[in-house]
Design a protein around this ligand. Structure first.
Ligand SMILES: NC(=O)C1=CN([C@@H]2O[C@H](COP(=O)(O)OP(=O)(O)OC[C@H]3O[C@@H](n4cnc5c(N)ncnc54)[C@H](O)[C@@H]3O)[C@@H](O)[C@H]2O)[C@H](O)CC1
Ligand SMILES: [K+]
Length: 491
């Protein structure tokens, strides 16, 4: 898993790594430029028009100049746009400036005609992690003009103006793609910056994981290649008991769909036995919608131990007696999953928080989390509050949204990389609850259940939306869960 390191420690990291490898900072910049060049060639082979690279005065600008050289030598038409006198720029910028081939046009920002950029590619190498104040003057003017131009726009490392670890003030470059080096900066993963980042590509520049660990702030980026290691292996002798017996509690008049989706998702994730406790008068909804599910009329709290995991909340309604909820929580000794109305009841009755079994998983979206823990000025503050909440209450929080963040009782945070905008559809969260409960029931620890559930939920959404786009519904997501096992090559 990739460590997400603070922006203001990147130059320290670069220096330490370059030193340990006996290479110069320029060599590392060259590696970064080569990784960008390789990515660019994959996406824009034979691009016929001009490529304009906007180079700021620091090492982000240095990357831009190195990329200009590599592209021109490969036959692309390249121009660089500069902002400062070379002598006022970083050392590696200066080296790369002297290495520019004659074929690269050098333009000064003042003389640039923005009309020329139409149908071209604009590469933003103005500022990266070194941005330390809102854009102003010539930089702001240039970015404002670039944002209006009809061209493909690619940011190197960060869209200029976006701070690595805090919230943008003012304006920033609006990219179609952001190619970020080694690990995604936190600033790329927060909703306030969604209009600027475009598609995020993480480009490896060869800094090994153990080296990154010494800069750890216990924030991680979870990618597809990480997922198999969180999965349990089953063999030919495994029986349905091994795949878990789970209980899902929820559903109410008019909200039975939520618990139905949840139970179908659990089955598709691989649960051996799924029981649903829902209003008895509404049982037909479940029995017709999911014949594999057993509907429970009642259960005695002393028998809850027969279940490997419990998921509580989808469609439950707010009329539930909080004392009854508390008794369920107190009678079960393993982690549970709490979602939707389960979370809303907790928000109204915060004294119940202490009854939640340790290492349980709470899956709030932003609004549910605010009801639970108060309101926040931005995502950075929300992430910090989520960390404190997890530590204080010894629970895992799955903060749902783009780059869903899993926050753990030890304070670490895992950002998910799968999923897309089409997943913002009714019932999507109920599917996730079913998946995570299913993994808990299959014997996964809470972190593995949350990571596999969140990643495969996102992956199912990606795969299902290929044919459905905006027309994708939660049932499509759950029906695609089996395909995620194939896609990840998990038996
Ligand atoms: N491992 C890696 O990630 C590598 C990263 N590389 C690239 O280097 C940049 C970071 O370079 P740095 O010189 O530290 O910072 P910047 O280029 O982003 O900018 C610094 C420069 O800009 C001035 N400045 C900051 N904010 C403003 C502003 N609003 N207006 C005007 N001027 C501003 C500041 O004073 C400095 O002079 C990283 O992002 C990568 O792209 C390396 O290539 C190696 C590997
Ligand atoms: K940039």
């Amino acid at each position: 898993m990739l460590e997400i390191i603070e922006g203001n420690r990147v130059s320290e990291l670069d220096k330490a790594f370059a030193k340990s490898e006996g290479m110069s900072s320029w060599d590392l910049m060259e590696r970064a430029a080569i990784s960008f060049f390789n990515w660019f060639k994959l996406h824009f082979t034979n691009f016929p028009n001009e490529i304009f690279i906007f180079c700021g005065p620091g090492n982000n600008g240095g990357d831009g100049l190195a990329v200009a050289r590599l592209l021109e030598m490969d036959g692309f038409k390249v121009a660089v746009v500069t902002f400062e006198d070379v002598l006022n720029c970083s050392q590696d910028y200066q080296i790369n400036f002297t290495k520019l081939p004659l074929g690269v046009k050098v333009l000064v920002y003042e003389s640039l005609e923005f009309d020329l950029l139409k149908n071209c590619i604009c590469i933003d190498a103005i500022f990266g992690v070194g941005v330390n104040r809102p854009l102003s003057g010539k930089y702001l003017k240039t970015i404002n003009s670039l944002n209006k131009v009809n061209a493909k726009k690619i940011a190197i490392d960060l869209p200029s103006g976006i701070p690595a670890d805090t919230i943008l003030e003012g304006d920033a470059f609006q990219a179609d793609f952001t190619c970020t080096f080694q690990f995604p900066k936190l600033g790329l993963l927060i909703p306030e910056h969604a209009d600027f980042t475009g598609k995020i590509e993480v480009l490896d520049i060869g800094i090994p994981e153990p080296f990154l660990k010494s800069f750890s702030q216990k924030k991680y980026y979870v990618q597809k290649k990480d997922i198999p290691s969180f999965h349990r292996k089953f063999n030919n002798f495994s029986h349905k008991g091994d795949f878990g017996r789970i209980l899902l509690i929820g559903g109410d008049q008019g909200k039975m769909g939520a618990i139905l989706l949840c139970s179908r998702a659990a089955l598709r994730t691989g649960s051996g036995l799924v029981h649903v406790f829902a209003p008895w008068d509404e049982r037909l909804v479940i029995q017709v919608g999911a014949p594999e599910v057993m509907v429970v009329n009642d259960f005695s709290l002393s028998d809850l131990g027969i279940f490997d995991a419990i998921g509580i909340g989808p469609g439950w309604g707010l009329e539930v007696d909080p004392n009854y909820f508390e008794m369920i929580l107190q009678s079960f000794n393993s982690p549970v999953v709490i979602d939707a109305d389960g979370l809303n009841i907790l928000s109204k009755n915060p004294n119940l928080l202490k009854a939640i079994p340790p290492n349980s998983i709470l899956t709030p979206h932003i609004k549910e989390f605010e009801r639970l823990a108060g309101s926040f000025k931005d995502q950075i503050e929300r992430l910090e509050k989520a960390r404190e909440f997890s530590i204080n209450h010894k629970v895992f929080l799955v903060l749902k949204g783009a780059f869903t963040c899993i926050t753990c009782p030890d304070g670490s945070q895992y950002f998910n990389s799968s999923g897309n905008k089409y997943m913002a559809t009714a019932g999507s969260g109920d599917v996730l609850t079913g998946m995570i409960t299913s993994f808990l029931g299959q014997g996964y620890d809470s972190l593995s259940a949350a990571i596999c559930g969140v990643f495969q939920h996102g992956l199912a959404g990606e795969l299902a939306s290929v044919k459905k786009r905006r027309g994708m519904v939660a049932s499509d997501i759950l029906e695609t869960i089996p395909q995620t096992y194939l896609n990840l090559d998990i038996e």
